[in-house]
Design a binder for this molecule. Structure first.
Ligand code: CAA
Length: 420
């Protein structure tokens, strides 16, 4: 199937550019950046110069308006070279989505063009020490003080922290409210009272900083309240995650493909028993399974991203959770098998395959653990099942009785009773 049946010309151009940058600027330094825990500024500058930060920014604000599908293609290419750089790129979209989806016109005009140009990097501050999966249980507060908010508390695991210039910070603005407790506020680097705390020493994705962010009576103007109306923060966070999870899933597809690429070239060249190990059936089975699952993940991501771009709002939470969960579980599995194929060499830090394995683990954890994704999927399925009432006649009579309302009659499979 020719690619341009599914993807726009622009998306394919952006993908080709990302692939070139990945090979030239990301892959060669990936191991070094991982070992030294250094951000790859050179690659980020190349990404900015090529206009790739414009991918996810709407046209009206200086972007390409290329959508989530194009964002997935670009992220996949960058992550294929270095999963850590993949997230270093994609987290800019995560941090921007609250503004894109919920911001006022003034806020969009102020921040989005700078992000599109790559002049400013972005971070997303939701998680806290005691609020990870339970994103509603935040304790960082923002109290009104005249025309300012005063933010107090600490955020945990802020990806891109320190490198980023713009932070979307989720704070409690109304502790008494159940459903309107939280608001999202933009805090810019250099704002007095805002500092970077502990820089985490991580198992993987070591090129991108993950830090604590501290707010010590940090005063920000009320004009930085995303959407201009307090209490919308939890909704904005959830909507953002629906849009951003395909990005993590795309990162996972790139990471899986990167591991598979290495395993393939190794298996074709590594000789044992007088033949390349890729000629042995057990290795072939592993390679075939790795390739199938990577490809299945890829299309789940594309389908989800295309649904978002098409505005199919009621399906995207489930699709995003499915894509994120399936693709990231696949990335871990493929990286594990790739290490297995490398045998003893795979266990050594001398070769990048060990890094692929370390990098894969976080994919199953961040932007919602895969346990949370399964919960989101199941909640949606349970809701959707109510739309399958036409199957009622196929249920045991005792269960049929639990349906209230419209009688469904005359179906052969209703068996003993049409219930009541
Ligand atoms: N879109 C819009 N609104 C939504 C929504 C969605 N997808 N999901 C829920 N909501 C709304 C609900 O309608 C409800 O609104 P009302 O109060 O008006 O009825 C409200 O939000 C509360 O919904 P729930 O009762 O479903 O909320 P919950 O407390 O049960 O939590 C959850 C749901 C899915 C577990 C959520 O807390 C969650 O996603 N947790 C995971 C957090 C997460 O992903 N963190 C990642 C941090 S970012 C990161 O990791 C980035 C990085 O480093 C790179």
């Amino acid at each position: 199937m020719p690619n341009n049946i599914v993807f726009s010309e622009l998306a394919l151009e952006l993908q080709a550019t990302a692939r070139e940058i990945a090979r030239k600027h990301v892959l060669p330094g990936a191991v070094k950046h991982d070992k030294e825990q250094k951000y790859n500024f050179e690659a980020a500058r190349a990404v900015a110069a090529a206009g790739l930060f414009k991918t996810f920014i709407p046209k009206e604000y200086g972007g390409h308006g290329a959508g989530v599908l194009a964002l997935a293609l670009v992220t996949e290419e960058l992550a294929r070279a270095d999963s850590g750089f993949g997230v270093a790129f994609a987290v800019n979209a995560l941090g921007s989505f609250p503004i894109i989806l919920g911001g006022t016109e003034e806020q969009k005009k102020k921040w989005l063009p700078q992000i599109a140009r790559g002049d400013k990097f972005v971070a997303f501050c939701l998680s806290e020490k005691y609020a990870g999966s339970d994103a509603g249980g935040l304790s960082v507060t923002a109290e009104e003080d005249g025309d300012h908010y005063v933010i107090c508390g600490e955020k945990k695991w802020t990806t891109n922290g320190g490198v980023a210039d713009i932070y979307s910070v989720f704070c409690v603005t109304d502790p008494t409210s159940k459903s309107r407790r939280i608001s999202a506020i933009v805090v810019e680097k250099g704002t007095p009272g805002f500092t970077i705390g502990k820089v985490e020493d991580k198992m993987g994705i070591r090129t991108v900083p993950v830090v604590e962010t501290h707010f010590d009576r940090c005063r920000v103007p009320k004009t930085n309240l995303i959407g201009g109306k307090p209490g919308m923060g939890f909704k904005h966070a959830m909507m953002t995650l629906d849009y951003a999870r395909p990005g993590v899933a795309a990162q996972a597809v790139g990471a899986a493909q990167g591991s598979l690429d290495l395993a393939l070239v190794y298996a074709n060249r590594r000789q044992q028993f007088g033949a390349p190990i890729s000629s042995f059936q057990m290795v072939q089975k592993m390679l075939a399974d790795m390739a199938m699952k990577t490809e299945a993940s890829r299309w789940l991501v594309y389908a989800c991203a295309a649904a978002i771009d098409a505005g199919m709002a009621d399906t995207i939470s489930k699709r995003a959770a499915m894509a994120k969960c399936f693709a990231t579980d696949t990335a871990m599995e493929v990286a594990t098998d790739a290490v297995q194929i490398f045998g003893g060499y795979g266990f050594m830090e001398d070769y990048p395959i060990a890094k692929c394995f370390r990098d894969a683990k976080i994919l199953q954890i961040y932007e919602g653990t895969n346990q949370v994704q399964r919960m989101v999927i199941a909640r949606n399925l349970v809701k959707e099942a109510e739309g399958l009432a036409y199957l009622r006649p196929y249920l045991p009579t005792e269960v049929q009785k639990t349906y209230k309302g419209t009688e469904i009659r005359g179906h052969a499979a209703a068996g003993a009773s049409s219930g009541g």
